[in-house]
Structure formats: structure tokens, C-alpha cells
Write a protein that binds this ligand. Structure first.
Ligand SMILES: Nc1nc2c(ncn2[C@@H]2O[C@H](COP(=O)(O)OP(=O)(O)O)[C@@H](O)[C@H]2O)c(=O)[nH]1
Ligand SMILES: [Mg+2]
Length: 361
């Protein structure tokens, strides 16, 4: 009672071996299944090969329509088309060993609320050691970035199984490659169970992973962090952007003086590149999921919000150090309090006014 969804793009050369290996290990233990090839209109022999395989195996071809090609969206097409209550997703290139499917199915059967993941990074799991240092680093960093979102060792894995009723497919909003991560984060699972796998490098065809996909992954991550941590994720991001603006501010301040500009004037000028930088990055990234509005007006609003923040920052410092003995002795505390209140004010004004458009989830 298993629906196997395989996203494909230009995998004609792998399909026969894939179908054959899946069938031989599932018929041996009498697991009934369907194999859904979720293809994105590959410009190769995929339709012909599928036609031929349909006569031999319980295989169906589902084609992506009316959207740019996207691995995750193809998997969603496949899940929608699935007839059985349990879904398995795997790659077509035989990186994922079909022989592990019975073990994964046993786990889902034992606990239907679990998300079962084929994992390279638990004891017993392996991957091809021929990975270049670049590929290894890349995968490692990508994995670290996803760790706060899910409790598992291999959140990047594309080999996973779950009960369909744990996920509201209409609410998934993935992009790019990491559909497993998307489902883990947005589905209702009691736990992630990792089954060790030996990940093999593909022998036929080529990988479609590229820089474009990696940038998509970062955007996808941001979306998931917002979903999981909401405004708090925005606040942290906003703070990091603020810190980078501070660096620009200080650099300009010194650079201008180096060119002979008096320090009071330098202070007045350096604010502008810093605040413009903060505005631009917040517009593109921190609040990038929100609808955009015309630049000029929004920039002016952000400047006003920042000036209010700066006045608060300065006012608090002067007030505390002038009227309260304690703060006059511990000026740094007054300094930090000023920055703290100003950050909250800046963030509040930004989130409710300057970038007030509703966030898409
Ligand atoms: N439908 C669909 N499948 C894709 C797309 N890109 C990759 N795939 C499939 O997703 C699986 C994993 O892709 P692969 O290129 O092997 O990525 P890698 O394992 O990270 O190198 C393979 O079965 C690919 O054919 C796409 O844009 N659309
Ligand atoms: Mg692959």
C-alpha cells in the first residue's frame, strides 16, 4: 500500500534499472505499490521509456504543467496523484537504495505519525567518499543551516517516507530541492526516524544541482525560519542587518575624516549610506517575503523611523547619564540601553509601518 514518488528530469537512462530494482525488492516481501514518475517534461525519451515500463510494472507518468521546472513542485504533483496512504519519495539516479524501502515501511507502520528518513549521517550510513572537498563543505554548511528547524542528522536527504494524512499538501510552499525538509517542518509528525543508508553516486546522467538551486535553498530556508520562528526570526535578521549598517556607518565616518572632512560633518554624512544600506537589505531580505511598495517613499519612511530610533538612543543616553548617578558611573550600560530601546523601536516601526505589507507564508 505504498505510493513511490520519483521526481525526474532527463533520467530516461535510469528508469528501467530503477523500476526493476524497486520491483524485485518489494515483490519479494509482497509489498504492493505504485511507482509515480513525476517528470518535468524532460526533453529525452522519458515518455517512451515510461510507456514501455507501464506494461511491466505498476508505473505511471505524471507531468508538470503550467509552471517552471522544479523538483519540489513535481514531488507535490506526485503526492497529489498518489492513491495509497503511505508515500515514499526517492531520486531516480539510484543514489537511494530501494532495498531499504521495507525497513522504512516497517517504521512507518509501527508509528504512523513518524517521518522516516533515509540518512547518510547516522551510524551505519555512508556516502561515496569521492566527493570533492567543495561538495562536502557545501553539503555540510547546508545541513548546519537546517539543523535548528528539525531534529535529525540528515535534513538534506531526498529519500523519505510518511503517511499522507500527516501533511496538508495545499499548505506546502517549497521551492527548489529540499521538499523533504519542507514536509518535515510543515507536517505534523511526532518524530523523525532515521534509517541508515549507503548513498551511491549516480552512474548515468548528470546532476541538476547548481548555484541557482543553492540560492533557492537559502530563500526556502528563510521561508521556513519565518514559518517556524515568526517575527523572532525577522527580529534577529533585522538586528544582523543593523550590525552590518553600523560597520558601514563607522567605516564612512573614519574614511571621510581621512579625506579631511571635520568629524561633526563626517558623523552627519555617514548616517546616509548606512541607513540606505539597511533599508535596501531589509527590503530585499528581512522582509523579502512581503509585497514591495514604491522605493522612494519607503526609503524616506525608513529614514524617519531610523531618526526616531536614533533620537531615542541618544535621548536615553543623555537622560540617564545626566540625571541618574549610577549611569553616570556606568555609562556603557546607558549606551547599551539606548541601543536596545532604539532597536526595538526601529524594528517595530519597520515591521508595522515601513514594511507593513502582509507576509506571504
Ligand atoms: N521533476 C523534476 N525533477 C528534478 C528536477 N531537478 C532534478 N530532478 C530530479 O531530482 C532527483 C535529484 O536530482 P539530482 O540532479 O540527482 O541532484 P543531486 O543528487 O543533488 O545531484 C533526480 O531524480 C532528478 O532527476 C526538476 O527540475 N524537476
Ligand atoms: Mg543525485
Amino acid at each position: 500500500m505504498l505510493s513511490i514518488v520519483v521526481p525526474t528530469f532527463k533520467e530516461a537512462g535510469n528508469l528501467e534499472r530503477l523500476a526493476e530494482r524497486i520491483d524485485s525488492c518489494l515483490s519479494a516481501v509482497e509489498i504492493s505499490y505504485e511507482l509515480i514518475i513525476a517528470d518535468d517534461n524532460s526533453p529525452d525519451e522519458t515518455p517512451e521509456v515510461c510507456d514501455r515500463l507501464t506494461k511491466q510494472y505498476p508505473l505511471r507518468l505524471v507531468l508538470g504543467e503550467g509552471r517552471p521546472r522544479d523538483l519540489s513542485l513535481s514531488v507535490i504533483d506526485g503526492i497529489r496523484a498518489a492513491k495509497h496512504p503511505t508515500i515514499l519519495v526517492m531520486d531516480a539516479d539510484l543514489s537511494h537504495p530501494p532495498e531499504k524501502i521495507p525497513e522504512m515501511l516497517a517504521q512507518v507502520t509501527a508509528n504512523p505519525t513518524a517521518f522516516v528518513l533515509g540518512s547518510r549521517y547516522v551510524p551505519g550510513g555512508t556516502f561515496d567518499r569521492q566527493w570533492s572537498i567543495w561538495r562536502f563543505l557545501n553539503s555540510h554548511v547546508a545541513t548546519m543551516l537546517a539543523r535548528p528547524l528539525v531534529k535529525c542528522r540528515d535534513p538534506m536527504s531526498g529519500f523519505f517516507m510518511f503517511s499522507k494524512d500527516r501533511v496538508d499538501v495545499a499548505r506546502l510552499r517549497p521551492m527548489g530541492y529540499k521538499i523533504g525538509l519542507e514536509i518535515m517542518v510543515r507536517g505534523e509528525f511526532s518524530e523523525v526516524v532515521e534509517v541508515p543508508i549507503s548513498f551511491a553516486d549516480r552512474e548515468i546522467g548528470a546532476s541538476k544541482m547548481n548555484l541557482d538551486q543553492q540560492i533557492k535553498y537559502l530563500r526556502h530556508l528563510r521561508r521556513l525560519y519565518l514559518y517556524r520562528f515568526g517575527g523572532f526570526a525577522e527580529f534577529i535578521h533585522f538586528g544582523a542587518v543593523g550590525a552590518s549598517g553600523f560597520v558601514i556607518d563607522v567605516s564612512c565616518y573614519y574614511l571621510l575624516q581621512w579625506f579631511g572632512v571635520p568629524h561633526q560633518v563626517a558623523r552627519g554624512i555617514s548616517f546616509w549610506p548606512a541607513v540606505s544600506w539597511n533599508w535596501a537589505i531589509n527590503r530585499r531580505m528581512t522582509f523579502g517575503e512581503r509585497e514591495r511598495r514604491p522605493r522612494g517613499k519607503q526609503w524616506a519612511e525608513f529614514v524617519i523611523a531610523s531618526l526616531i530610533g536614533f533620537s531615542l538612543n541618544w535621548g536615553i543616553y543623555v537622560f540617564l547619564t545626566t540625571y541618574i548617578e549610577f549611569f553616570d558611573q556606568w555609562r556603557l550600560i546607558a549606551f547599551v540601553l539606548g541601543i536596545g530601546v532604539a532597536s526595538i523601536s526601529n524594528f517595530t516601526l519597520s515591521t508595522f509601518f515601513v514594511f507593513s505589507e502582509k507576509r506571504a507564508r
